[in-house]
Design a protein around this ligand. Structure first.
Ligand code: SAM
Length: 284
């Protein structure tokens, strides 16, 4: 309807997703991480530089005040340096239709409608095939996945499948509020519950039973990181992951966790976190 506005943080007549004020903070860190990664890696002989957004949404969000902001897929396609390929999926077909229209002028985008925990198999097959098409002098592909569901929809198996790709950095949403809401109920139920799927097993139940509530999330994040390390990731146990909160009630909502198999990933993430959206230095 208004194609000039498709890639701008403006109304373009297509569907948007309602977002809270904390969304801008999450996207701030994502954008800083992606910019640094692309700036540093752009001239290397990759077989492809891919961005994978399995919970992509329609590409734009709208706050309760009516402001329109670019969602993660549109941020990724409008960075100064480009990825060579994009994989966007969402369970909501109308969101993917809107995203497809918004990105109609962007080369190299593949779209999928479906559960991220299933779409991941097709996406990793495509990337592994690209990696196998060996061309003299080329490296494997370099990939960044953003895993940003609403709550507890991301399954550990999906993270594990992605980890099978040779170079796959992952920025993962840790659903603190969802865990707070569900843990006591799910603890009473036999596995597998949504928390068992999220953590890839039932070890979270021991953590839940043994640690006081104020330590719960630092212990659970530690558990999650230990599992990521077993997948071959270099995990920074000393970093303090950003915790997004509801601004009015200060209620904790979610954290963001970055893992890479290369030491540069942790360095870029630390740099990305060094400054918050208001220009304040963050303590890491
Ligand atoms: C928090 S939003 C993502 C926002 C997006 N990253 C952005 O910055 O605009 C989560 C998205 O996941 C989608 N979703 C929920 N469950 C899903 C699932 N199992 N598989 C794929 N997408 C799902 C929702 O439709 C929603 O668009």
């Amino acid at each position: 309807m208004f194609p000039d506005n498709y890639l701008q943080p403006r109304d373009d007549g297509l569907p948007t997703r309602p977002v809270g004020e904390w969304t801008a903070e999450k996207l701030w860190y994502l954008e800083r991480y992606l910019s640094q990664t692309l700036t540093a890696l752009r001239d290397k002989p990759w077989r492809g530089l891919h961005y994978i957004d399995l919970f992509a949404g329609p590409g734009k969000g709208r706050t309760s005040a009516g402001d329109v902001l670019l969602g993660s897929p549109l941020l990724a396609v409008t960075l100064k340096y480009r990825f060579t390929g994009y994989f966007f999926s969402d369970i909501d077909e109308a969101y993917i239709d809107a995203l497809r229209q918004r990105c109609s002028g962007v080369p190299g985008v593949r779209y999928f409608v479906g559960d991220a925990n299933e779409v991941v198999n097709t996406v990793t097959e495509i990337i592994n095939r690209i990696d196998r098409e060996y061309l003299l002098g080329q490296w494997s592909s370099m990939n960044v996945a953003f895993l940003d569901p609403e709550g507890l929809e991301l399954k550990w198996d999906t993270v594990e499948t992605l980890s099978g790709v040779r170079r796959m950095d992952m920025l993962i949403y840790y659903p603190q509020m969802g865990i707070n809401r569900e843990a006591s109920k799910e603890y009473q139920k036999s596995p597998p519950t949504s928390l068992d799927y999220f953590f890839g097993g039932s070890e979270w139940r021991d953590v839940y039973a043994h640690y006081p509530r104020r330590e719960l999330h630092s212990r659970l994040v530690e558990l999650y990181k230990r599992k990521l390390r077993q997948l071959g990731y270099k995990v920074d146990f000393d970093i303090s992951e950003p915790l997004m909160r509801n601004k009015r009630r200060r209620a904790p909502l979610y954290r963001l966790l970055l893992v890479s198999k290369h030491p540069l990933g942790a360095k870029f993430w630390r740099n990305a976190l060094a400054k918050d959206r208001y220009g304040q230095k963050r303590l890491l």
